[in-house]
Design a protein around this ligand. Structure first.
Ligand SMILES: [Zn+2]
Length: 316
């Protein structure tokens, strides 16, 4: 703010009532004590990296909007702590934390919009801005005993203006029996004993697709437990991975089964039901959201887990 305007603002403060003054103080505190921004500032101070060229040679470069601005000595770009994060150019700082809390609780879009006193379209934009990053935040490797199995979601064009086929009423049965490719989307889910979870949306359950997705994240020494689908057998043969087949959820050696991954499927499906069908193009966002909630459950961290994971992703 320019000096003259600032002085005018200061002099106008004298005319405030006691209640109005208190409101100004509360608002200022809310703005400057924003834990998300403080967290981002701290992260940048500890690991100074340019969000554009990833150079570590950055300097402080004045202030903007009451926050520290930085400049990269390599590419000469200036940036703030929110550049390259899901909070970049997102207004209403004071609502971020409550919104993330609502998301952690898995609240519906309408409820998030109502709580945050924002338009439904803004709530939708925020949700998918945050989930865009949740989607790609997956563990690098699955180790030890790994369980893998597919589950299916109905293909949905929810929200799209030009449907490729007539709209289908929610809750109706598929028109054909079995898992028709046009009506169902396969999702491969794999979990290991350390509660690492990965999911992949597949165009079809084929050897090639499984090799290109799950195959690139299995540690060499792992033991893969599956229902014995040919694609998994080929994957294990090609990569020299030990394979245990669990038929009817049991195996002669009891520890090798797919109960954990099937229980995950069922928790995921139960949770996703609250959204009354999700568009297939956003399915990855919802899978990422649920993965974070599950991850948080095991690590018993506070709501910042959602934020920390995202910040970590930005640095890599
Ligand atoms: Zn740079």
């Amino acid at each position: 703010m320019k000096l003259i305007r600032f002085q005018k603002l200061l002099s106008s403060l004298k005319t405030l009532t006691a209640a109005q003054s208190q409101s100004v103080v509360d608002n200022l505190r809310k703005y400057h004590d924003n834990p998300i921004l403080n967290n981002l500032e701290k992260e940048l101070a500890e690991n100074p990296t340019c969000p554009k060229c990833h150079s570590t040679s950055i300097i402080r470069y004045g202030q903007a909007h009451g926050r520290q601005r930085y400049r990269c000595k390599a590419c000469l770009r200036t940036f703030m702590c929110t550049n390259g994060t899901q909070f970049f150019r997102l207004h209403h700082h004071d609502k971020w934390l409550d919104y993330v809390n609502d998301m952690v609780q898995g609240k519906s879009l309408r409820s998030c919009a109502h709580q945050g006193d924002m338009a439904l379209s803004t709530a939708f934009f925020w949700r998918h801005r945050f989930l865009n990053i949740a989607q790609v935040t997956q563990p690098q490797w699955l180790e030890g005993i790994v369980e893998a199995d597919e589950t299916y979601f109905r293909y949905s064009q929810k929200g799209q203006r030009h449907l490729e086929r007539p709209a289908r009423k929610r809750g109706t049965k598929a028109t054909t029996r079995g898992l028709n490719k046009k009506e169902w989307t396969p999702v491969l889910i794999a979990v290991d004993q350390l509660h690492h979870e990965m999911d992949f949306i597949l165009s079809s359950v084929s050897s090639r697709n499984i090799e290109l997705t799950l195959g690139t994240h299995l540690s060499k020494k792992c033991i893969l437990c599956t229902d014995g689908h040919l694609a998994y057998r080929q994957l294990c043969q090609n990569n020299n991975i030990s394979h245990k087949i669990s038929i009817n959820h049991t195996n002669i050696e009891k520890i090798f089964n797919i109960q954990t991954v099937n229980a995950y499927h069922s928790r995921l499906k139960n949770w996703i039901r609250r959204f009354h069908g999700v568009a297939t193009k956003y399915l990855g966002h919802y899978l990422g959201w649920f993965r974070m909630l599950e991850d948080q459950k095991y690590e018993n961290l506070n709501t910042f887990k959602l934020l920390k994971i995202q910040q970590h992703w930005i640095k890599t």
